[in-house]
Design a protein around this ligand. Sequence first.
Ligand code: ATP
Length: 280
Amino acid sequence: AASSNIFRHKEFNLQSLGIGGLGNEFADIFRRAFASRVFPPHVASKLGVKHVKGMLLYGPPGTGKTLMARQIGKMLNGRDPKIVNGPEVLSKFVGETEKNVRDLFADAEQDQKSRGDQSDLHVIIFDEIDAICKSRGSTRDGTGVHDSIVNQLLTKIDGVEALNNVLLIGMTNRKDLLDEALLRPGRLEVQVEISLPDENGRHQILQIHTNKMKENSFLAPDVNLQELAARTKNYSGAELEGVVKSAVSYALNRQLSLDDLTKKVDEESIKVTMDDFLNA
Ligand code: ATP
């Protein structure tokens, strides 16, 4: 099955996946802690141990958590993982949220039922997982509704109805809000903090997002990414991507007249300069 692809990814390289700023050390920790421990169900049954069921990526917004989870998911079974968003799963109707949570696992359940150990690994990415997995008892409604949602999720990961073919990747900006029970061994047990990039990291991220324009000669020779990295302390990956986008719009605005927009533009004449970046 496609899920055995993981063994072909010994050389796990974040930058080639378009993820910058996390460093080799991080890639190494990540590879050992996670990639090497996630294996397809039929291998798990031969080894006699369960694969890692869940992982938590946490840290400030815009640092590449979703990007990373999506790439990992794709890498693990060759197709786009299922991505859901905490607030989207929440429903104001009684029992509906629990049903939404159960539905997330329906494909994996069906696959496990019909193919047993030969089932694919189903990767489910849960963005803003804190929205539905706040500490039990921490909500003030006193209805216990939250508890039953968390329980529903736990049941699928390691309860009586546990699935052996699921990898849940949860993401949050607020790890402190999460229900402790979710973080125990067997649950979201691999926890990786993704923090804001340092200067080298910012340089890498700027390189990733200007790579295309450099390749196609749109980047002026005076653009100094290292200097930009030094000047963007505390910027997240998403904000750096925003700077690149904004620099491009400064450049286009400067070099194209309104008339040009209705004509075919002479690509050669477009350059994004250091000034455009500084303005951005
Ligand atoms: P949030 O917590 O707000 O959901 P996030 O940590 O999941 O944020 P992403 O959605 O992955 O962040 O980041 C948004 C976009 O910013 C990415 O699609 C990517 O283009 C860019 N980006 C963020 N971090 C990085 C990074 N480390 N390397 C390259 N690009 C990045």
